[in-house]
Unconditional design. Sequence first.
Length: 218
Amino acid sequence: MAARRRLTLSFDNGPDPAGTPFVLKELAVRGLTATFFPVGNQLFLPQGRELLEEVAAAGHTIGNHSMTHTVPLGQSPGWETVQREIADMQEMLGELAGEEKLFRPFGGGGHLGPHLFSGEAVEHLTAERYTVALWNSVPRDWEDPDGWAERALADIRRLPWTLVVLHDIVPDAMKRLPAFLDRVLEDEVEITTELPEVCVPVRRGRSTGDLSPFITRA
């Protein structure tokens, strides 16, 4: 008997007053939980902190997706960047962050590669016992609000365990979320908040494999 396929849902770049409440509602009516990776600048906006508190209150996991989401860490080396983008953001999350400190780097369009981290960033993440959450499905909902769902479904059919990156900050794209979730559930895919090992190069500060493909070396 074939193993049941698994899906981990993640939502990046929020919170957003137009998109996040809708996502929370659609997850709630299906009894699903996900991981949200907010950007610090969004928390300075009206309703930003309140919306993230609603995410936490609904039982979802919250991780760190940098303070500004502007330049990949590997393209801005140095401890000043690490402090601003990772440490200051984690302090801003405070009690809203989970017991397992999650960090997702800015990929510059969802791309994996050595631009993701500087040596200083990796040193900080390991010393502070972070878990790094990458991805294996980026259906580009911000570029194609109507067509992203089919690409995500194709990844789910192809992979034994998919960690998909969606964006609650793109409300037009999230209109396709209900039908997408229903299709996944109809296909009897297990939806979980656990992270697939293939997408976790660092877990609680310990490297789980070769990090060199993700680090810019000076």
